[in-house]
Design a protein around this ligand. Structure first.
Ligand code: NAD
Length: 356
């Protein structure tokens, strides 16, 4: 089953998508077509290391654009799809839900229709190997009140935010395509990711960059909301393993056994920074913490039971929270060029007319 594949990755210019592409090109003979609209979250500078790779191609396409999708499938003839393109930031979904419905629901249904037509016309041998891997979130399960409880693949859906509701809808569409058309799909639901190249609106990079600039570290409410954190490279490894060895029609939860309250996460970041970039004598990054009004509908606790992927596919995270956080802080210290171009908006120039 280790035959080289051509994989169509959607959302490959984003945080997780770019980690997946780097992982595939560094560790396999597979080739990648990166299909991405390049919204504010898409940044080709995250893929500079692979830009000249002969196994890599970029297509600037919106997943809602049916004709463009038909063209891309026809030209590139992928053996598999890893579907990551989405609007991904909960706060943005509260302020402007329409693009979440458009991309996450309409876009997913559009690529499902195009991919299923393409798949059904493949010669039998290629049709049998094809799979559509939909990358989703643990937020579709809502939140957990009982501290002993974990999300399993059987937990009922109860999304809270426009973001998680739109991802839940996309998961349902994928299952419907499997059940109704026999279209070969796999779904993974993962906990919160962190690591290099994450857009600095998300908790961990936001806190690192604010702390370095001496700005306030805003924490929603009391900061007791619990999230399960996974290093993005552990997620990327899990995704490729599921694509290659997961069972069609199945769902796999992916998580890091790292349940931390938001306040604990920020304390850890402050302490690691204190060690790596000590400020003036007596100054403490923790003094920058400021509590702000809680996010409406904020989920209290997420926790993943990743037992199925561990048992059936032998996956285990390699990073602990402590090792992963240290590496991540170090990465932001070493890669000021990347994040300063994101903060001043100059990375956006990449978006104009890029087509490789
Ligand atoms: P991201 O916001 O960093 O990247 C999303 C990418 O999708 C960007 O490159 C963007 O340009 C592209 N995109 C957006 N709309 C598009 C459209 N209409 N057509 C084509 N491309 C489009 O997101 P991320 O954090 O890398 O998340 C990737 C996927 O993983 C998402 O589906 C998300 O729901 C899921 N996920 C994320 C996390 C997390 O912690 N970040 C956890 C679990 C699951």
């Amino acid at each position: 089953s280790q035959r080289a594949m051509k994989i169509l990755v959607t959302g490959g210019a984003g945080f997780i998508g770019s980690a997946v592409i780097r992982h595939i090109l560094e560790n396999t003979d597979d080739s990648v077509v990166n299909l991405d609209k390049l919204t504010y979250a898409g940044n080709l500078e995250s893929l500079e290391g692979v830009a000249g790779n002969e196994h890599y191609l970029f297509e600037q396409v919106d997943i809602c654009d049916r004709e463009e999708l038909v063209r891309v499938f026809a030209i590139h003839q992928p053996d598999a799809v890893m579907h990551l393109a989405a609007e991904s930031h909960v706060d943005r979904s509260i302020d402007g839900p329409a693009t979440f419905v458009e991309t996450n629901i309409v876009g997913t249904s559009t690529i499902l229709q195009v991919a299923q037509k393409y798949w059904s016309a493949l010669p039998e041998e290629r049709r049998e190997c094809f799979r559509f891997h939909h990358v989703s979130t643990d937020e579709v399960y809502g939140d957990l009140a009982d501290p002993e409880e974990f999300f399993t693949e059987e937990t009922s859906y109860a999304p809270s935010s426009p973001y998680s509701a739109s991802k839940a809808a996309s998961d349902h569409l994928v299952r419907a395509w499997q059940r109704t058309y026999g279209f070969p799909t796999i779904i993974t639901n993962c906990s919160n990711n962190y690591g290099p190249y994450q857009f600095p609106e998300k908790l961990i990079p936001l806190m690192i960059l604010n702390a370095l600039e001496g700005k306030a570290l805003p924490i929603y409410g009391n900061g007791q909301q619990i999230r399960d954190w996974l290093h993005v490279e552990d997620h990327a490894r899990a995704l490729l393993l599921v694509l290659r060895q997961g069972k069609i029609g199945e769902t796999y939860n992916i998580g890091g056994h790292n349940e931390k309250s938001n306040l604990e996460v920020v304390h850890t970041l402050c302490d690691v920074l204190q060690e790596m970039v000590p400020g003036e004598e007596g100054s403490s990054y923790r003094d920058l913490i400021s509590h702000v009004a809680d996010r409406p509908g904020h989920d209290l606790r997420y926790a993943i039971d990743a037992g199925k992927i561990e048992r059936e596919l032998g996956w285990r995270p390699q990073e602990t929270f402590e090792s992963g956080i240290r590496k991540t802080v170090q990465w932001y210290l070493d890669n000021k060029g990347w994040w300063s171009r994101v903060l001043d908006g100059s990375y956006n120039r990449q978006r104009l007319g890029v087509r490789a």
